[in-house]
Ligand binder design. Structure first.
Ligand code: GLN
Length: 327
């Protein structure tokens, strides 16, 4: 840490009081922004209260800042892909996982039905096709054993037990024809094994994990802290895979907005169609934002706005020469 004063006249170190004041201010400012749509293609998500909004930050030394509906449960959706990718890496290692799923951004929507022409691999683990292939790698003899492995992995990041929201799971299971089509396409090319119904069920279950915004911030902070939960000190994923996870979400985590996100916000992040947004400030803090109204790419409208301001105000962009540390 240095005592330098940044050019915008903010001290180089971010003080706790400044963090809480900023969260309160951004919450009050963006609460008024009510644009965007709920995700309706999963019928259960269309029933969510669109007004819900919360922002949470957990630092790597365990300080906690929160505002809004931070106890409200919502389903994690695509943000689960980040953690299941970590589990697959821990179970199989980098080379084996890379042989099944690439690390190339697509520039296409998260649910695009495309595979790499030559290798037949899905482009990356953050689009649906890649995530389903990753989920199919999770070890276990029975579906219950695989689900239980997954739930324990999530517990490591969150610090307490969590459950699958049955209504959302069933809602997606009965309507997820597009994801089913992707799984069949990958089976056709031999990229996943023939137990596709089990893999899809597990994928729908991971997406239906019920968490709140504070949980999301703890999960993000665990990734910021080399895989060690800053509140419980449990190592949720081997630290050697953090660089894999963070580089993939940096380039592919925000769907077909990933380039603009990297340019403007400059942090590894992952969003989900229920309106969650997980942001990792490596070595410093994790940020969780929840607001269910989405833009046309499927990212939370308020979530993106708040992130842009947080990054700018605190100088969080990874390539910002005026980066500040948390005090
Ligand atoms: N469960 C959702 C799906 O497979 C997840 C998508 C998302 O959050 N982007 O379509």
């Amino acid at each position: 840490m240095s005592n330098e004063v940044a050019a915008n006249n903010s001290p180089a170190t971010i003080q706790p009081v400044e963090i809480q004041e900023t969260l309160d201010e951004l919450y009050n400012k963006y609460r008024l922004l009510q644009i965007g749509q709920l995700a309706t293609y999963i019928p259960e998500l269309a029933k969510v209260n669109p007004e819900l909004f919360s922002i949470c930050i957990i630092t790597v030394d365990g300080q906690c800042f929160k505002v809004g509906d931070f106890q409200q449960l919502f389903t994690i959706q695509s943000i689960s892909k980040v953690f299941v990718y970590g589990l697959a890496l821990a179970e199989h290692g980098r080379e084996q996982v890379l042989a099944k799923v690439g690390v190339e951004p697509t520039g296409d929507a998260f649910n695009a039905i495309i595979l790499d022409e030559k290798s037949k691999r899905p482009y990356n683990p953050m689009v649906n096709a890649g995530a389903i292939a990753i989920t199919s790698l999770i070890k276990g003899n029975e579906p219950t054993e695989r689900l239980s492995r997954m739930l324990s992995m999530f517990e490591g990041y969150i610090g307490h037990e969590t459950t699958v929201d049955m209504l959302t799971f069933m809602s997606e299971r009965t309507t997820g024809h597009r994801n089913r089509a992707m799984a069949h396409l990958m089976l056709n090319f031999g990229m996943i094994d023939e137990k596709i119904d089990e893999a899809l069920d597990l994928y729908f279950q991971q997406c239906s994990l019920a968490i709140n915004c504070l949980d999301l911030a703890v999960m993000a902070a665990t990734l910021s802290n080399q895989g060690r939960n800053p509140l419980t000190h449990v190592q949720a994923v081997p630290s050697c895979y953090i660089r894999d996870i963070l580089s993939v979400i940096y380039t592919c985590g925000m769907y077909n907005f990933a380039g603009e996100w990297a340019y403007k916000v400059g942090l590894p992040a992952k969003s989900g169609v229920s309106g969650g947004l997980l942001i990792v400030v490596p070595g410093q803090m994790g940020i969780g934002i929840f607001s269910p109204l989405l833009d046309e790419r499927g990212n939370s409208v308020r979530g993106v706005k708040v992130s842009e301001e947080l990054s700018q105000r605190f100088g969080l962009h990874l390539f910002d020469c005026k980066k500040r540390d948390v005090g």
